[in-house]
Design a protein around this ligand. Structure first.
Ligand SMILES: Cc1cc2nc3c(=O)[nH]c(=O)nc-3n(C[C@H](O)[C@H](O)[C@H](O)COP(=O)(O)OP(=O)(O)OC[C@H]3O[C@@H](n4cnc5c(N)ncnc54)[C@H](O)[C@@H]3O)c2cc1C
Length: 330
């Protein structure tokens, strides 16, 4: 498999939200090499996927911070010790292999001494465009995210959606695309007002109260037909690329089949954040214990506990209580 890695890592972190990111930083501090896996194309979990422009007021040290900025800071901190990062890799299977854990993703096979499941609400995947046969256009001009802006240079791009991602991508694409058209089924936006105003004043074309009827082309997309959802009027727009940004679905999916003990949709852990599987820990929204609260602040608190006990699992002689961070960070 393309991304497989023969090395055995100390720690595999499933999920790149606040819990997974802080766990990666802490693993570095405790001299454990680790890799973060996330099914999304970017790090940040719910903050990046669901509410990048929302302000958060209950993270210690930040009286008020926009979710996107908090993610940027968490990523910066997490990258300090250069963990591996595997994006768009959903961990599908977790199996025991001797003393190790074997992780199978949609792209590769990996082995780890310990695992932290920081999977939040489960793996996120983009909501597919509700158009007959839309899957056939994936890889031929239909995208569910904008990875590399340059690949859209000179193209006529149609973006579908009215949330932060749709509006932000439209704004970014204006720098490289020949044309940018935003198709949105309402005239109200979930996106940040300032960004919407910026888009309204730009050269982008906005098609409000429109939805997608069909996509046409051959080996690539050539055009898209949209309809006005009040009048039924149809219009066909020439297009080289369609970027659909109409939300995410989350699914516990494969995690439910790994032999973990659950309470509802949460993995049961003890005070060391150990699951019922040896060397497998859980932290953040995905875990539960008596008194559990689902908050970013709690995810940040749980991550060092899970990492420190993972450290002890690998090396029982290691100290549980970490040294002060000033001793581990140069
Ligand atoms: C609208 C909204 C507003 C909120 N506002 C606040 C707030 O103001 N303050 C606050 O403290 N909390 C808030 N929260 C809650 C907060 O977002 C969560 O507590 C926090 O995101 C939990 O972090 P996490 O790292 O545990 O999980 P998540 O952020 O959910 O990240 C988990 C990641 O794991 C990935 N993943 C899951 N399964 C797999 C798999 N099998 N393979 C690979 N990747 C996988 C997912 O794709 C995801 O990226 C809010 C939540 C929502 C929805």
């Amino acid at each position: 498999m393309a991304n497989s890695d023969e090395r055995v890592m100390d720690l595999a972190i499933i999920g790149g939200g606040p819990a997974g990111l802080f766990a990666a930083f802490y693993a570095g501090l405790r001299e454990m090499d680790c890799t973060i896996f996330d099914s999304l194309p970017e790090l940040g979990g719910q903050l990046a996927a669901l509410y990048p422009e929302k302000y958060i007021h209950d993270v210690a040290g930040f009286p008020s911070v926009r979710a996107r900025e908090l993610v940027d800071r968490c990523v910066q901190q997490a990258m300090r010790f250069e963990p591996g990062v595997r994006l768009e890799e959903t961990v599908r299977h977790l199996d025991r292999e001797g003393d190790l854990w074997r992780l199978e993703t949609n792209k590769g096979l990996y082995r780890a001494r310990t695992v932290i499941i920081a999977a939040g609400l489960g793996a996120f995947s983009p909501r597919r465009l509700p158009v007959d046969g839309s899957e056939q256009w994936e890889g031929k001009g239909l995208y569910y995210g904008v990875g590399n802006l340059e690949s859209f240079r000179g193209q006529r791009v149609v973006i579908v959606g009215g949330g932060d991602s749709a509006v932000d991508w439209a704004l970014h694409l204006l720098d490289v695309a020949e044309s940018v058209t935003l198709v949105h089924r309402r005239d109200g936006f979930r996106a940040h007002e300032e960004s919407v105003n910026q888009l309204r004043e730009s050269r982008a074309v906005m098609k409000l109260f429109y939805e997608v009827r069909s996509i046409q082309g051959d080996d690539r997309i050539k055009s898209i037909t949209i309809f006005h959802n009040k009048t039924g009027e149809e219009e066909t727009l020439p297009a080289d690329a369609v970027v659909a940004s109409i939300g995410y679905l989350s699914s516990l999916g494969p995690i439910a089949d790994w032999g973990l003990e659950f309470e509802g949709k949460q993995i049961k852990v003890n005070s060391r954040l150990e699951t019922n599987l040896p060397g497998v820990f859980a932290c953040g929204d995905i875990c539960t214990y008596p008194g559990k609260i689902k908050l970013i602040a709690c995810a940040f608190g749980e991550a060092p506990i899970a990492v420190s006990h993972a450290k002890l699992h690998i090396d029982p002689k290691a100290r549980l209580q970490p040294a002060h961070s000033s001793e581990g960070v140069q």
